[in-house]
Design a protein around this ligand. Structure first.
Ligand code: DI6
Ligand code: FE
Length: 419
């Protein structure tokens, strides 16, 4: 044992022995496997990892020791795109769609997002919190340690702020890191019908300055689509966000190709999300700006879309691909990132290693957390999940039996199903 190791190991607070690690340290190119491994934690960070046989001596009185019993350790899952906070639900609209109405037709008839807006405005902060907590718990119990939550069902200043406060309260209630995104430009509220530019003015001149000043959000998103906002309106929001030093993201190319992703790339967007209709020029723009592609197989599935995202082009241009639930009442009422792992493979034909990268390192990157989360690596946050599986692909292969054995967030054991 070297002196350096001896000094380091005295600071260890927690030690996991007998684990197989899928570190996801090389992005989507490999699982970054370390078999028969151990991992040490101090102050919420990973301070040692390697083979059991290389474990330095440590003071057995010092760290709390856990035996992984040969289970697999992956980074804690990151769900980088959700709309978890909302009032009501849209089962009625689901029924209408199955009787022949399209998502766009329902939106144009005043249903869709706008109906969730009415329910969200009417709900108290407590009621929104009570409705959102079980949704977040569901993600958490399936291995999620970091989640993004968007506003966007308020569409007025007070309700947008109310949603972001609920997201903050959720973060204080469950041991999950929550990143908040302001999506004021999600849909046109009814009181602004025919006056979309005026609504964008409200977003830019009233909402965004308050959001920035009171630090209510970590990023700004726009739904750039025929049923959302135009390219020009999106640009106005991005320009204001940039002036306020807030990073941007975009819902783009979900139902048609407006060029939103390329615009977002010009603003160094963290991510462009959905992107089924994205073309090569858009992929190229994202590659240049380092923008992550967030694929949302739940919305694709639930809306029975036919247009697949341009996976081959994203691979060719080496655009990192993240996978998220898009959990929301209209297009993806699904609160399982494990199911998204399966759907990313079955519907989008991602390989299991790409899918796992999508909910770990690339998910973290889509939130600007690529240097601290989503990998099991030295100095990274000690957020990880322990799974009762015999190989990493099993996480994508089967669905329904939850293989989570334990969850560690910020170095602490927050779920323990170990015998
Ligand atoms: N795209 C989506 O898939 C969700 N928002 C968006 O901009 C749908 C939101 C909803 O239908 O309530
Ligand atoms: Fe969304």
């Amino acid at each position: 044992m070297t002196m350096q190791q001896a000094i380091n190991s005295t600071s260890w607070q927690t030690l996991w022995l007998n684990v197989n690690i899928a570190s996801m340290n090389d992005g989507a190119s490999s699982y970054g496997i370390i078999e028969h491994a151990a991992l040490a934690i101090a102050e919420g960070k990973i301070v040692w990892l390697g083979k059991m046989q290389d474990l330095p001596d440590y003071d057995e009185q010092q760290p709390q020791v856990f035996d992984g019993k040969g289970a697999w350790l992956t980074p804690g899952l990151v769900d980088c795109h959700t709309h978890l906070v909302y009032g009501g639900n849209r089962a009625n609209e689901f029924e209408m769609r199955l009787q022949g109405a399209s998502y766009q037709e329902i939106a144009e008839a005043g249903g869709g997002i706008v109906s969730t807006v009415a329910a969200t405005r009417a709900a108290s902060e407590q009621a929104l919190f009570d409705a959102a907590l079980p949704r977040l718990k569901c993600l958490f119990e399936q291995g999620v340690t970091c989640v993004e939550i968007k506003s966007g069902y308020g569409l007025n200043t007070d309700t947008e702020i109310k949603m972001l406060k609920v997201a903050e309260k959720l973060a204080e209630t469950l041991p999950v890191t929550v990143k908040r995104t302001f999506l004021g430009a999600h849909a046109l509220p009814v009181e602004y019908k025919g006056r979309a530019d005026d609504y964008i003015e409200l977003v830019c001149q009233e909402m965004l300055p308050i959001i920035a000043k009171e630090k209510l959000a970590d990023a700004v998103d726009v739904f750039c689509e025929s049923v959302g906002f135009s390219l020009e309106q999106t640009q106005r929001v991005f320009a204001k966000a940039k002036a306020l030093e807030l990073p941007v993201k975009i819902h783009a190319e979900q139902l048609s190709n407006l060029g939103g992703s390329a615009l977002a790339a010009k603003y160094q967007a963290l991510s462009a999300d959905h992107i089924e209709y994205l073309d090569e020029a858009g992929v190229n723009a994202m590659a240049t700006s380092g923008t992550t592609a967030v694929l949302l197989p739940g919305a694709f599935y639930f809306l029975r879309e036919k247009q697949l995202p341009p996976i081959e082009l994203l691979r060719k241009y080496k655009v990192p691909m993240a996978i998220a639930t898009d959990a929301n009442p209209g297009s993806s009422p699904i609160h399982s990132l494990q199911l998204m792992l399966n759907m990313a493979c079955t519907l989008f034909q991602l390989t299991p290693v790409e899918a796992l990268a999508g909910v770990t390192c690339n998910g973290a990157q889509a939130l600007g957390l690529g240097q601290t989360k989503g990998k099991i690596a030295l100095g990274y946050d000690a957020d990880f999940a322990l799974w009762n599986i015999s190989q990493p692909a099993e996480l994508c292969y089967q669905f329904g039996v939850n293989p989570l054995v334990a969850l560690i967030q910020n170095g602490k054991l927050v779920i323990n199903h170990q015998a």
